[in-house]
Design a protein around this ligand. Structure first.
Ligand code: NDP
Length: 448
């Protein structure tokens, strides 16, 4: 066993002991740190300086009560979170998730991932994440507004364009961002556009932000395909979820000539061999905030399976775009059996560590989320840039920057994997490239 491996095992054990109850957080730490031995072998100074221990400890974590009243006047209480994980590269940046499953472990795993993802974008942004166990599903617009106002009434004091800049995630879209921005603006009495991203372009947002994560994912996959000497055009694609990331991944995949045959939500899976009709999905999900099973009623020939497993459907490319740990061993075996050649994560940590091993063993190229879904936060950084300069880019200008950013991230991951002896392993490439940048900066800033 190499010395760096021994040290690493000891460090991971310490982190496990310290954060026993946080299984998602520990999963994300293992995923990143297990990639690092070839790098640490060359840079033992980062072990001596306890950079790994320091990165795994958030700079600050905030938990707070969010009381609000529903339409009947009943008082309800949720819990709010913001984990300000690492500000070595810039102010904390990362989304807010509103979903009943949100807890400290989930916010910490998302924040930890975000540190390295943000580093890969090449933008000067640190990592953070937040949210609440509030469920916007089935709530009226007024209820969502009251919740968002109460949430921001506590959180505002920790935010600011040079301090901490949230954005959307599961359950937080333009509507929620609007209510939170409105409340912040009212409290601080300043139109500080740069304190949150994901705003509507009419009031300080950027074009392409809504599309950015899904589009960026497809641009990343296109690079992966080209690296294998293949094309995206004509390929059969599965996209899980039917939220923001899924919808715009489907849109760009279709624009580039792929055939997306399935999507899903937490209720079940839609299969449409003629290719998903995206206008119908947008109408159900973006306009009506309905369930994906309604697709079957509206499109001839479509099939719906309650609680189905999307990964059983034969495909060339599989894109998990819903939530963490949605693609497990069984799904990975099915994909391998059915001849899938590329899996890339639109969601954060949707593929379990065991499933990743199965994909690698089957020689399926695997694009980890911190690289493949970084387009969203990269365009958020462009939004901050436009807010600071009081300027607005066109759709095409923004999209061409996104394309360039995704290409650069791909090249960085690919070349880093090669440099450290694991060619084609995008996980190692992404983790080492992201870690290297954060570690160097932390070192330069002293013991803080
Ligand atoms: P949305 O809320 O817009 O959509 C989430 C989708 O995932 C919905 O279809 C939802 O179905 C499904 N889903 C959520 N939880 C579960 C679950 N437990 N089981 C099965 N399906 C579920 O979120 P986004 O599209 O914004 O985010 C999706 C993923 O992408 C998340 O992992 C997020 O962290 C990640 N991501 C998002 C970015 C962004 O810019 N939005 C940026 C980078 C990563 P249902 O309606 O039934 O709950």
């Amino acid at each position: 066993m190499r010395k760096s491996d021994e040290n690493l095992s000891r460090i991971i054990k310490q982190i496990e002991e310290k954060n026993r109850a946080e299984k998602e957080f520990l999963q994300s730490v293992r995923e990143v740190y297990n990639s690092l031995p070839p790098f640490l072998e060359q840079h033992p100074e980062y072990l001596d300086k306890k950079i790994l221990e320091r990165i795994a400890e958030p700079e600050r974590q905030i938990m707070f009560r969010v009381p609000w009243q529903d339409d009947s006047g009943e008082v309800l209480v949720n819990r709010g979170y913001r984990v300000e994980f690492n500000s070595a590269l810039g102010p904390y940046k990362g989304g807010l998730r509103f979903h009943p499953s949100v807890n400290l472990s989930i916010v910490k795993f998302l924040g930890f991932e975000q540190i390295f993802k943000n580093a890969l974008t090449g933008k000067p942004i640190g990592g953070g994440k937040g949210g609440s166990d509030f469920d916007p599903k089935g709530k009226s617009d007024d209820e969502v507004m009251r919740f968002c106002q109460s949430f921001m009434t506590e959180l505002y004091r920790h935010l600011g364009e040079n301090r901490d800049i949230p954005a959307g995630d599961i359950g937080v879209g333009t509507r929620e961002i609007g209510f939170m921005f409105g409340q912040y603006k009212r409290i601080v009495n300043q139109y500080e556009s740069g304190m949150i991203t994901g705003k509507d372009p009419e009031w300080g947002g950027t074009l392409v932000r809504n599309e950015a994560t899904g589009y960026g994912l497809i641009y990343f996959v296109k690079e992966m395909m080209e690296e294998k000497g293949e094309e995206l055009e004509g390929k059969t694609v599965l996209v899980s979820g039917s939220g923001n990331v899924a919808i715009y991944a489907i849109e760009k995949a279709q624009q580039l000539g792929a055939n997306v045959v399935a999507c899903s939500d937490s209720g079940g899976v839609i299969y449409d061999e003629n290719g998903i009709n995206l206008e119908v999905v947008k109408q159900i999900k973006e306009v009506e905030r309905g369930r994906i099973k309604e697709y079957k009623e509206r499109v001839d020939g479509a099939e719906y399976k309650d609680g189905g497993n999307i990964w059983e459907i034969p495909c060339d490319i599989a894109l998990p775009c819903a939530t963490q740990n949605e693609l497990q061993e069984e799904g990975a075996h099915k994909l391998a059996e059915n001849g899938c050649t590329v899996v890339a994560e639109g969601a954060n940590m949707p593929v379990t560590l065991d499933a990743i091993d199965i994909l690698h063993d089957a020689d399926i190229a695997f694009g980890p989320g911190k690289a493949a879904n970084a387009g969203g936060v990269a365009v958020s950084a462009l939004e901050m840039h436009q807010n600071a300069s009081r300027d607005a880019l066109t759709f095409d200008e923004t999209e061409s920057r996104l394309v360039q950013i995704m290409k650069t991230i791909h090249t960085n991951c690919y070349e880093t994997a090669e440099e450290y002896g694991t060619p084609g392993n995008y996980i190692h490439g992404a983790n080492i490239a992201g870690f290297k940048k954060v570690a160097r900066s932390m070192d330069a800033l002293g013991v803080i």
